[in-house]
Design a protein around this ligand. Sequence first.
Ligand SMILES: [Cu+2]
Length: 342
Amino acid sequence: MQNMRHYVIMAVLVVVVAVLTYSGLNSLGLMPVAASAQALPIDWLFDLQVKAMAFFFAVVIVPLAYSLIVFRRRDGDTSEGEHIEGNTPLELTWTAIPLVIVIAMGYIGASNLAQIRAVDPQAAQIKVTGFQWGWRFEYPQGFTSNTLYLPADQQVVLQMESLDVLHSFWVPEFRLKQDLVPGRITEYRITPTRVGDYKVRCAEICGTSHAYMEAPVKVVSRADYDIWVADQTAQAQAAAAASAGQPDAGRGRTLYEESGCKACHSLDGSKGVGPTWKGLFEESVALADGTSVTADEAYLIESIKMPGAKTVEGYPPNAMPSFTYLKDGQVADLVAFIKTLK
Ligand SMILES: [Cu+2]
């Protein structure tokens, strides 16, 4: 009877501590808003796990603390503790119950994953390229963007590729995260549900400017999306028509900012990961092998297309990724831009 009282008190304390722990963890607001259909099953499972964690925390801590306080050694008590050797029913119980819990969690996790991966055959495809240190998004209509526009309430599948090292595509509000692996295409399937501005950030340490590897993500209504796509398509066609002839320093500056050159090359004379572009054109450049070369057009083109061919003195070889995806016209635009930097 006396023992029964201890169990009842502990059971009550377990419930109280579990509830307090759960509501305490919940009030921290660990999660940003949920902005995708896939976020719902994920948040549901996460919540279930937090509840389980709070409960098991209480189940362990309450009897421990209770025993330490209530059954502590009193003054003058020098007797030995009771000697206990095994308890088969207890051992069977604490093997069977966790076994059932683990199997149940495995089942719940698998069916949750199936919901998240559910394929909509109508899903739109967008190509994503990650590189040191930026993102590029190619739309099936034939244009490229540095902002990822997505229509709300439609599934899209991102076909993702890396130009150099491992990167990871992560929009916390969408909950999912997926690595980009050089030489392989990985998929990221998402159904945005909430119109708004988000940010994709790289979640894989990928070099010096990893922390700046971000791009805006805009979820817009279907109607706004269609307008944007039509607009971009028209712009891309106009640009293609205009660039049929002349290299253009303005487009070169945009490429500098959006293709990642900016991460390593300054325009103001300061030294970065790579040499500044200020006053580079027609300058005599000292190379690591002791010779020197004049930075004419041919040298600039070679430096962009085959960065390994010549290494500037004072810089590590192979520090610059090769930008093989740049078209000749784009390289010419970049060179035209470098020429303007007196
Ligand atoms: Cu990265």
